[in-house]
Ligand binder design. Sequence first.
Ligand code: FMN
Length: 169
Amino acid sequence: MNKATDPFVHSREITEALPGGILLTSAAEGRVNTMTIGWGALGTDWGKPMFLALVRESRFTRELIDKNPEFTINVPYGEFDRKILGFCGSKSGRDVDKIKELGLTLVDSQVISVPGIKELPLTLECRVAARQKQEPALIGEAYRKAFYPEPCDAHIMYFGEIVNAYIIS
Ligand SMILES: Cc1cc2nc3c(=O)[nH]c(=O)nc-3n(C[C@H](O)[C@H](O)[C@H](O)COP(=O)(O)O)c2cc1C
């Protein structure tokens, strides 16, 4: 039985975990794929709880979210195997089925069509409310030079309304 929660009660766990990586899972056309993300934000937009994910244009994940605009966020909560984040942050779903390769346990979501991942049990179900490509010309020069060498692989900002949050048990 999953334990329902309020995402903001866990804002500290979520924001502190981000630099080391959390999982963003997407699914479309029979494929489920997960990737490590370290850029993101928990907050409020349009009066709704929102998770903002930044996904580079080149990611396989980007293709899947654009086909099915929903995603789950899974955050470590207790012990977990750190190699999950290394693997999912370095291999592309274009080349390998990361979920199968790592033996990750998919758990059906309650509201959206994309499953969560039991091994990182703090789960946010998100529905994309809006997406926007970062405009390179509007990124501060220091950040552009550091993070966007030419040709620019910009991030797409996905504003995911958090429609459900719980801890998988
Ligand atoms: C700690 C960590 C954080 C990362 N954060 C992001 C991120 O926020 N956005 C992004 O586009 N890629 C990020 N990456 C890189 C992707 O996880 C990586 O390119 C992955 O292979 C993409 O998978 P996909 O092609 O299956 O979507 C991160 C990698 C690591 C190890």
